[in-house]
Every structure is written in structure tokens, then in C-alpha cells.
Design a protein around this ligand. Structure first.
Ligand SMILES: [Zn+2]
Length: 152
């Protein structure tokens, strides 16, 4: 499979367009991450994926966020977040992991993101899905583009 490199800001706008089309042309004030999660497998951005499971608190410690492919079913993915974090932090983390899903899932079967990588925009060495890049986190770029919606 040839990796397709999606430009993060344009990709975010395209996904928001999908969300608005689904809602009949209306755009909610806040980006509806749960709707996006459910819609992505139905679009080009989730090609080959049946379902992204609803986000759940990580059952292990030291995890700010994670995106994992079901080892028994490559068409299922799941998102985990730090259940002790504030609600708005959890929301930002979920947006970050959706960014990995859209931009990087063809390169890795799992992403385990620490606090620094989620909030500062730099993935730790060895976890940057695109080491040739400047180190700036594309998934963060993607969901910064989603704007105020992820900050509520
Ligand atoms: Zn990450």
C-alpha cells in the first residue's frame, strides 16, 4: 500500500465539511469529535476501517492518549485517554488521537502519546510517525485547525 500524505490543515477542513454535510449544511459551534469519530470510517479518511470504538480511559498508567488497532481485527481501532485529566484535556487528547488515525494509521498499529507529545506538539523520539519532518506534530496541527471546538 502506498502511503498517502495528507496535508493537515486542508484535511481538517475537509473533515469539517463532511461533518457539516452530514448535519445538512449547518456547522455546530464546537467540533463534534464523537460525530467525526463515527463518520470517519464512512469517508475517504477512514478507508478500510469498519469502526473507531468510543474513547475510553486508559487502563494503564502513564498514558495521556493512545490510538490502537485491534490486533485481531485490523478494521477496528480504539482511542484511550488519561481518565484523570480534566474534561477539556481529555477532549484535546481525543482530537490528537483522531489526528493520528487520519494521518498516520498506515504507518503504525499503535500510538502511545505522553503528555508532552499531546500538548506541546512534539512527539518523543521514536514515536514521531514522520521523523523526516521538523518534529512538529502533524496530528496536533490537524486539530489545532479544528479550532476552538477542541478547547471547550
Ligand atoms: Zn501523539
Amino acid at each position: 500500500m502506498t502511503a498517502v500524505v495528507l496535508p493537515p490543515p486542508k484535511t481538517a477542513y475537509d473533515i469539517i465539511k463532511v461533518m457539516r454535510a452530514y448535519l445538512g449544511g449547518e456547522g455546530p459551534l464546537a467540533t463534534d469529535l464523537d460525530l467525526i469519530r463515527r463518520l470517519l470510517p464512512l469517508t475517504q479518511f477512514g478507508r478500510g476501517v469498519k469502526e473507531i470504538k468510543p474513547p475510553a480511559p486508559a487502563p494503564w498508567s502513564g498514558c495521556e492518549g493512545a490510538l490502537v488497532r485491534n490486533p485481531d481485527d485490523a478494521t477496528e481501532w480504539g482511542i484511550f485517554y488519561n481518565g484523570s485529566a480534566r474534561a477539556e484535556r481529555q477532549r484535546f487528547t481525543i482530537a490528537h488521537e483522531l489526528g493520528h488515525f487520519v494521518l498516520h494509521r498506515d504507518r503504525q498499529a499503535d500510538f502511545n502519546c505522553d503528555k508532552r507529545s499531546v500538548y506541546s506538539g512534539s512527539e518523543p523520539a521514536g514515536e514521531n510517525p514522520n521523523p523526516a519532518s521538523s518534529g512538529r506534530n502533524q496530528s496536533l496541527d490537524l486539530f489545532v485547525t479544528f479550532g476552538a471546538g477542541v478547547r471547550e
